[in-house]
Design a binder for this molecule. Structure first.
Ligand SMILES: CCCCCCCCCCCCCCCC(=O)SCCNC(=O)CCNC(=O)[C@H](O)C(C)(C)COP(=O)(O)OP(=O)(O)OC[C@H]1O[C@@H](n2cnc3c(N)ncnc32)[C@H](O)[C@@H]1OP(=O)(O)O
Length: 463
């Protein structure tokens, strides 16, 4: 028993290593995990005191527990059994598949990553690129929402800056959980996105089992009071106009909503003087496909150029980015007024509210006027800008707070710098017209019905 055993050094090292790992995983890791969890809970409690909508326990549940809860949900179990039957595979294979789906969907929210890293980065990036505008009324509207309800932000999708801006602007209210498409499923981006509380969705997987797991996740999160955000259009707008809504996520929310907790949808509309990806989106639209090839070289060149201008103090930025929150809609109230088919009617109403909330900015406005009214001099354009702003203000649309002359000058400066408008006249460059159309489209619906009255021009303004 007390005999000496001789071992090669490498084997001894290996045994020590395994012993250390076992010791750590049984004794050290649980207490380290417990220590960090306690710290995290204290930090979240402090954070919740200053948030209008505190972070719900659902969002803080351990990822492993959430995955278990999801795959043992009766409707997921039923879908897995049905999958096994229809595909002729053993039940445990179908359950493993459900587990894989759940692992892919369930986020790993970290309040530290979200509030100390994400929000700060989002704020810095937004301010670096744009002059950011948020209506004052908007924050008050958000703070008035029933604290017991689940809030879901429904947004138009213009740029990858959308979620950066909204995440930062809504950070006084709560942490948002986004539905993210397949494009972000690359490491380490996917890990970062998960830790920001976002959940992944597969838009192309139409199998019943996958859709059941996704539906139940969305329903459990909504029931758990998680504040969410999604883009019903399901992708970036390629034309500048709002696209038709996808009904899937909305239908999961509507069909899973309980009497216990109302769901409040908050329409969010974003608009820009300059969408960073505009040329890529227009090119994809012209080809009729949604495959975006990131132009790496122009991107790097642009970034270096931009940073150089920033360092040398010659940077004028990309104009204004404006976010506006529209009139919230209560699902319970909407349902009471709409029997039968709720999802499609709800989608239509939400898209209408998002559209009416779209803010008007100098570049989209001047693009629309240049294309539709074709003014020949800046004096005529100025008159048109004034008339349009008066009309839009009358309709309750959010317009720039600067005076008419500044609005026109800002827009022309940006358009001329991009060589879309001639330096000393209002002539448009041929290849710039699709870009002008793209920006004009973002606000065209505000003018569509009824038509803008004819401008009142003094005779000396007409060439
Ligand atoms: C630097 C610092 C950063 C800081 C900040 C970081 C934040 C952390 C990162 C966040 C990053 C976010 C970035 C997001 C940017 C995207 O990724 S946008 C794209 C992802 N989002 C979306 O797509 C949301 C909207 N999409 C949907 O709702 C889609 O329907 C789904 C669920 C994805 C499914 O896709 P689909 O099958 O192509 O869609 P669709 O045909 O419309 O729907 C079919 C379903 O609708 C149902 N349906 C159809 N018509 C009806 C009807 N009339 N009534 C009822 N149901 C109907 C069908 O029955 C079917 O049901 P299921 O079979 O699914 O159960």
């Amino acid at each position: 028993m007390s005999r000496t055993v001789s071992l090669p050094l490498w084997l001894f090292g290996l045994i020590l290593l395994f012993a250390a790992v076992t010791f750590a995983s049984h004794f050290l890791f649980p207490s380290v995990r417990w220590f960090f969890r306690k710290r995290m809970e204290r930090a979240v409690a402090r954070l919740n005191r200053r948030l209008a909508r505190p972070i719900e326990p659902f969002k803080l549940a351990r990822r492993h527990d959430m995955i278990q809860r999801l795959i043992y949900d009766p409707s997921v179990v039923e879908a897995a059994l049905e999958h096994a039957r229809s595909q002729g595979v053993p039940e445990n294979v179908a359950f493993e598949l459900a587990r894989d789906y759940a692992r892919e969907i369930v986020p790993a929210f970290s309040a530290t990553v979200y509030f100390t890293f994400g929000i700060r980065l989002a704020k810095a990036l937004s301010r670096l690129l744009y002059r950011v505008r948020l209506g004052e009324l908007d924050m008050k509207r958000l703070e008035r929402i029933d604290p017991e309800a689940s809030v879901i932000f429904v947004m138009n999708h213009r740029s990858n800056m959308d979620y950066v801006l909204v995440t930062w602007l809504a950070s006084r209210t709560s942490a948002l959980s986004y539905a993210v498409g397949e494009w972000a499923r690359i490491w380490p981006l996917s890990a970062m996105i998960r830790s920001m509380g976002a959940y992944f969705i597969r838009r192309r997987d139409r199998t019943h089992l996958y859709r059941r797991v996704l539906a139940r996740y969305v329903q459990l999160a909504t029931e758990g009071g998680v504040t969410q955000a999604f883009f019903p259009e399901g992708g970036l707008s390629l034309t500048g106009r709002q696209a038709e809504p996808r009904l899937g996520l909305l239908n999961y929310i509507v069909s899973g909503a309980s009497e216990r907790r109302d769901v409040i949808f908050v329409p969010v509309a974003i608009n820009y003087d300059r969408v960073l990806e505009d040329r890529v989106l227009i090119a994809a639209g012209a080809l009729g496909q949604r495959r975006f090839r990131a132009p790496i070289r122009p991107l790097l060149r642009g970034t270096v150029f931009y940073l150089w201008r920033r360092v040398t103090g010659r940077l004028t930025g990309f104009g204004t980015a404006s976010v506006a929150f529209g009139t919230p809609l209560s699902l319970a109230q909407f349902r009471a007024g709409h029997g039968g088919e709720t999802t499609a009617a709800l989608a239509e109403e939400l898209m209408r509210r998002v559209a009416e909330t779209v803010p008007v900015l100098p570049v989209p406005l001047v693009c629309w006027l240049l294309l539709e009214r074709q003014p020949r001099t800046e004096a005529v354009l100025l008159e048109e800008v004034g008339a349009a702003l008066d009309r839009l203000t009358g309709l309750g649309v959010q317009v720039p707070r600067r005076d008419t002359g500044e609005v026109m000058a800002d827009a022309l400066r940006i358009l001329r710098r991009r060589r879309l408008v001639a330096p000393s006249s209002l002539s448009l460059s041929e290849e710039g017209i699709p870009l002008l159309r793209y920006y004009a489209n973002s606000i065209a619906h505000h003018f569509e019905a009824p038509a803008l009255p004819a401008p009142t021009l003094r005779p000396e303004q007409v060439l």
